[in-house]
Design a protein around this ligand. Structure first.
Ligand code: SF4
Length: 402
């Protein structure tokens, strides 16, 4: 059974200016915030350490709970700043434990009702992967991707990107001393519930480089959220000029949304290919900083029936990746209403996978997760958009009577 619930009171975003949130600030950003409210320079380093611990290790939402910080400074912080996170306006839980949240960003001003994005959580026995968005909508128009049908509204800020991780940990009870909601499927190995991050939600992360970099630096920090760079994967459709920067400045694992072995087809599936064709993309991959056999690049390949799934495609794929430490992720296409593609037949996916495996590549077929809740990117948002005004009002009314 699939549960679909309005997650919170979900009020329409208030068109008011809010105090800026400290969530998502790097150590340098927190130092600046303290300087703004007059904290003496010699105290700032220590105060940043305390704030960091409360915000990112304990996940507190209230300055008053920060008991290692004096009352006076707590009051000053509360007067000038908030610890606001995105609000969850809808939550769907799949029978396999996959959770999808529609999150509304805090309003940034009188004309902003609060942009909405999606975030998906996929639990397995020994890990919990969170698929995080970097933009509201996307400028790129990959033809197999549902987000590609939604226009770009704006880039997300570091706070809104880190905020997705914080909200997921809130909802899953993944902070020290908290527990998961009853019946929730979470990893059972005794560790944390959000262990891995993939920047594969809405948007092209390398078109929002600075914010994604700052957010992932915060998420990696071992004194806070502490998800190691080896457990963070940034997926790009191939913004070649920023690939090396990502390796140098963020240092996370790289995934390439490849999907085709010929420029002619990739031009159609991933139109950014017209700007940065396959040869340039693969050169950038060969030069990705830190690339070794232990740190391979993942090439994502969505299996589209009769489009890119022939054995000739499999052979060309193996040939073109020669010399690049690589993994290949075959993704059965998850059809969405109105999409023009079909998922390849299972036999074909197996044959394709076997060929790649025999050529020496690890080629897991990503099990479709959350199909009952359309868990591919962009789908909850547009489903919710398709709700009529009457249905939205009914959801709100239900939430308000809780
Ligand atoms: S696959 Fe990624 S880059 Fe392409 S349209 Fe979808 S969200 Fe944008």
């Amino acid at each position: 059974m699939t549960a679909s619930v309005p997650a919170t009171a979900a009020p329409a975003a208030e068109p008011v200016l809010r105090r800026p949130s400290l969530v998502g600030r790097t150590r340098a950003g927190l130092t600046e915030a303290l300087a703004e409210i007059g904290v003496p320079e010699k105290e700032r380093r220590m105060r940043v350490g305390q704030l960091w611990n409360w915000i990112y290790h304990y996940g507190v939402r209230d300055f008053d709970a920060m008991t290692t910080i004096g009352k006076g400074l707590r009051g000053q912080l509360a007067e000038h700043f908030s610890l606001d996170l995105p609000s969850v306006t809808a939550e769907q839980v799949s029978t396999d434990g996959t959770r999808k949240w529609l999150m509304r960003m805090p309003s940034t001003g009188p004309h902003d009702r609060g942009a909405e994005i999606e975030c998906v959580y996929i639990p397995e026995v020994d890990r919990g992967t969170l698929c995080v968005s970097s933009q509201v909508g996307c400028t790129l128009t990959c033809t197999f991707c549902h987000t590609g049908t939604q226009r770009l509204v704006r880039n997300l800020t570091p706070g809104e990107i880190v905020g997705q991780v914080m909200v997921a940990r809130d909802r899953l009870g993944d902070w020290p001393g908290a527990s998961p909601p009853e019946g929730a499927i979470v990893p059972t190995d005794g560790g944390r519930f959000v262990t891995n991050i993939v920047m594969m939600g809405m948007g092209e992360p390398l078109y929002n480089f600075d914010a994604v970099r700052d957010a992932l630096i915060v998420v990696q920090d071992g004194d806070g959220i502490g998800i190691s760079r080896r457990r963070i994967t940034l997926s790009t459709s191939g913004v070649v000029p920023n690939i090396k920067r990502a390796g140098d400045e963020i240092g996370v694992m790289l995934a390439i949304s490849l999907h085709a072995v010929r420029d002619e087809l990739r031009d159609e599936l991933v139109p950014l290919n017209r700007k940065y064709p396959i040869r340039e993309l693969l050169d950038a991959c060969r030069n990705y900083p830190g690339l070794t056999n232990a740190r391979r690049i993942t090439f994502e390949y969505v299996m589209l029936k009769g489009v890119n799934d022939s054995m000739a495609d499999a052979k060309a794929l193996v040939k073109m990746l020669k010399g690049i430490p690589a993994k290949i992720n075959l993704i059965p296409f998850n059809p969405w209403p109105g999409s023009k593609y079909e998922c390849s037949d299972w036999d074909q996916i197996e044959q394709f996978s076997e060929y790649i495996f025999n050529a020496g590549y690890s080629s897991p077929v990503r099990t479709p997760r959350g199909r009952d809740i359309l868990a591919a990117c962009g789908q909850l948002k547009s489903q919710t958009e398709k709700l009529s005004a009457r249905e939205r009002m009914a959801l709100r009314a239900m939430a308000m009577t809780d």
